[in-house]
Design a protein around this ligand. Sequence first.
Ligand SMILES: Nc1nc2c(c(=O)[nH]1)N[C@H]1C(S)=C(S)[C@@H](COP(=O)(O)O)O[C@H]1N2
Ligand SMILES: [Mo]
Length: 529
Amino acid sequence: MAAPSTPHTAHPPRPDDGPRDHLPWWSVLAGIVSGIVLLAVSGALSLVFSSSSSPLVAVGSAFVDIVPGSLKDLVIGLFGTRDKLVLGISMLVVYAVLTGAAGLLGARRPVLGALILVALGAFAGITVGARAQNTAADLIPTLLGTAVAVPSLLALLRVARASPARVTTAPPSAPPRRAVILGSGVLAAILAVGAQTVAGSREMARRAAQFVLPSPAHRARRIPEDAQIDLAGMPPYLTPNDDFYRIDTALAVPRVDPTSWQLRIGGMVDHELTLDLGQLLAEPMTETHVTLTCVSNTVGGDLAGNATWLGVPVRRLLERAGVQDGADMVLSRSIDGFTASTPLEALTDDRDALIAVGMNGNPLPPEHGYPVRMVVPGLYGYVSATKWLTEMMVTRFADDTAYWTSRGWSDRGPIKTASRIDVPRARARLERDGEGAVVLGGTAWAQHRGITGVQVRIDDGAWKDARLGAEVSTDTWTQWALRWPDAEPGEHTATVRAIDSTGEVQTAEQADPAPNGASGWHSVDFTVT
Ligand SMILES: Nc1nc2c(c(=O)[nH]1)N[C@H]1C(S)=C(S)[C@@H](COP(=O)(O)O)O[C@H]1N2
Ligand SMILES: [Mo]
């Protein structure tokens, strides 16, 4: 098999000429590097367009959307940060294999290598184009990335082929010099892109921080000090924004431009409304404490957080729009195409359902929906808490479904009464105090009904009433503590259950998160010393 000759080759190399083993590896590397060029160039340009115009983000998001709904409790991690990382790494591995193959095949037939790269670019382009929030302009990063990557591949393949053994008559330094020049060009491009990415995200954070919140017309109740149980290891009563759990299908946090943001309210209404951010911020603001919970939370899990939210009551804007008879649902839509179907009555009764702009005294952090999201007390996030909100359509459950409800999750998402042991942690040790007692503590919630009691059982003993921290509102969680006066040293199991204001005792019946939330009692094994 004749290797491709360079212009400098005086004699065609013989089949066994040169270190053939090296040739494919350099070509594979050439393919991978040009693949990186594609991602780097398009990734950098996506800073100018939108996060969803990045091919990596678009392909990953498409994958997330295709995963069947029945897998949601398995892929719950997908929505937590770590499994997003796992998805990203798996995608990069597949991509490295494909671009490596482009290099390998390109070693023999450069056109074939180039075609594979073009095909990858086209696939990415189609995926980018299919994202709900993208416009034709969002294709530009992928197009330009591919346009730069293909000549890079051809150039790198030439370098890979120009191994010293073959270039017999060329000045000996020519191939290395070319390689150095090309290599450093690629490296410089990657570094430039990296720097841009960091600068871009800093700029984003800076802009978010500049947002000035209006002061509330209706202030939230001050949180009494004894809402917080004074016990080491208890979570803070209000969850700091940085520690607030994050669940969404967004691989890259959508970058919403506050200056062009608009909220449309339409569907079964008498008058459609459109508000920009200035108009929304000019509305009288309500401040309220609400505990948010994810339907994917498992018994004892931590996909729940409590914050002080600031926003405009949904009720007021719906009144202004004039909801028509027969409607029973509002389909809210995020800039990235995520939708939630919220029962109309939860948005029009007297609860503090908000179109929120503030979280714990700050503008919403980007990952929690900047600039505007929904917060509805009493409902799981998947049917109510749309982040990066852009649209609310008044409609009927009979006519429309939302992101998760079209994947098998329940239409109605009332939060189940739940309780959790935070102290001690599983398999931890509790040391007896001077009087031989230990203290257990935890959190209970039944949003919009409220917690009226928490009971704890040690081993097979009787249920004992825990002391409750102050109740701030029925929409927030309540902390509890139980002192066990004559704690016996040794291994024990504690179990907790809550009672809500309807008098209902939290069910012992175990259920998985799908389709409408986990149930069962939380137990913790621990040792008294
Ligand atoms: N745009 C968008 N909004 C969303 C989601 C999403 O995937 N996309 N997930 C929902 C779910 S399932 C939950 S539990 C809450 C979580 O809000 P948080 O991340 O601020 O805690 O957001 C809701 N809002
Ligand atoms: Mo969720």
